[in-house]
Design a binder for this molecule. Structure first.
Ligand SMILES: [Zn+2]
Length: 392
């Protein structure tokens, strides 16, 4: 028989246990070394000393089930130079993002690692300055604020769609010329650790907002809605995949139960009325290899060959150093952005995926190639072709 106060205490403990997500950022302090994840995008769940200079750092997902994309990002500080052995483990999940090191959280380098089914094992030589280890470059919410507020282009406005689950601002850019009716939509960062997609999105967008003749003529005809960071809570918390409610946003584009997807859906529904027409949607992600997930031409979309034409042109422009993989597919009922755009607006939508380990210069270069080619392809497409013809 347990006493009432003890029962209350147990209840409280149970509550804490249920509501403390696995991804809560933590610090681990040892006499000669500390590991900290108390920064935006940081992620470290717990630590264990395995030997004199050997530590296991454990990274748990925000909740389960979750796509196996273990994110980790932490600071290492020692009082004196030493050689540390770190084992990064992921609660049974296989490692995905190869470890990188930075001295300033801005510039990152690959480090030598060993990997097994449990995780990564690295050896670190420290000095008396802190260093950071992470699965990918850290692109936090500040990065987006700086980028978006730094865009000073005529007819391009910084907008706020609303607030995320935890009250963070979801911002975007809108490029609008009077009389334009056609819209291109671009979104990113539904999945927080998918950094290579984000590394593609910025140069892609900046090129379309740039001052080349092509970009200017493109914006004369097409308006743009750009929302590069749809999951600012997940980005802040260093989540593996989900938003602050533990939901994969790219499985919610049919139910719209999440604040983030609801916001953008509402915005689109208001924007796209009889007069305004969405011509295409793009969503930036990362996976094992570079791939464009597209909607098959057999689907009820127009114009049929837009994306195959675009990607063929991209391949022609890059044949000696980049392999364009166009993977058409339908995913009815799964709640993914691409399918929602195709089903709702009868136009193409593409999941633009860069490989986790694709060369960063190549990602940037290909973003310029794909955006130039897309602008040209869309410029060459007559407005009527974005509507399904009656005999189709
Ligand atoms: Zn993704």
């Amino acid at each position: 028989m347990i006493t009432r106060p003890l029962r209350l205490f147990s209840l409280l403990l149970l509550t804490l246990f249920i509501y403390l997500p696995g991804g809560v950022a933590q610090s681990c302090e040892y006499p000669s070394v500390s590991f900290k994840a108390d920064f935006s995008g940081g992620h470290l769940s717990r630590c264990k000393q395995l030997g004199e200079r050997h530590y296991e750092l454990v990274f748990l997902p925000e909740n389960r089930p979750v796509n196996s994309s273990p994110w980790y990002a932490f600071e290492v500080a020692t009082r004196s130079p030493q050689t540390l052995k770190l084992s990064l483990t992921f609660d049974g999940d296989a490692p995905r993002y190869l470890p990188k090191i930075s001295r300033d959280k801005q510039h990152w380098h690959q480090i030598v690692f060993q990997a097994d089914s449990l995780g990564f094992h690295i050896e670190l030589q420290t000095d008396n300055k802190p260093l950071w280890i992470a699965g990918q470059e850290i692109l936090d919410n500040d990065y987006y604020d700086k980028w978006l507020s730094g865009v000073k282009v005529k007819n391009v406005a910084l907008i706020e769609l609303g607030k995320s689950t935890q009250g963070r601002s979801i911002k975007g850019l809108e490029s609008k010329h009077q009389g334009n009716k056609e819209w291109l939509l671009m979104i990113g960062r539904q999945h927080p650790p998918e950094i290579t997609g984000a590394l593609a999105m910025q140069p892609f967008v900046d090129n379309i907002l740039g001052d080349s003749d092509l970009a200017k003529s493109f914006r004369q005809r097409f308006n743009l809605l750009i929302v590069p960071n749809l999951n600012p809570d997940g980005v802040e918390l260093g989540n593996w995949r989900h938003n602050a409610s533990g939901i994969d946003l790219n499985r919610d584009w049919n139910k719209f139960e999440q604040q983030e997807t609801r916001l953008i859906n509402y915005y689109l529904k208001t924007l796209l009325n009889d007069k305004n027409k969405l011509v295409m949607g793009l969503d930036f992600h990362s996976t094992k290899e570079d791939v464009f997930y597209t909607i098959p031409a057999s689907a009820a979309i127009a114009p049929k060959n837009l994306v195959t034409d675009w990607l063929e042109d991209v391949q022609n422009r890059s044949k000696n150093f980049f392999k364009v993989r166009n993977k058409p597919g339908n995913a009815p009922g799964r709640g993914v952005f691409k399918q929602y755009i195709a089903d709702t607006f009868q136009v193409h939508a593409v999941t633009y995926e860069m490989g986790d380990s694709t060369n960063r210069q190549l990602i940037k270069h290909m973003a310029l190639v794909t955006s130039d080619s897309l602008m040209q392809t869309l410029n060459n497409t007559p407005p009527d072709s974005f509507y399904m013809q009656e005999n189709q």
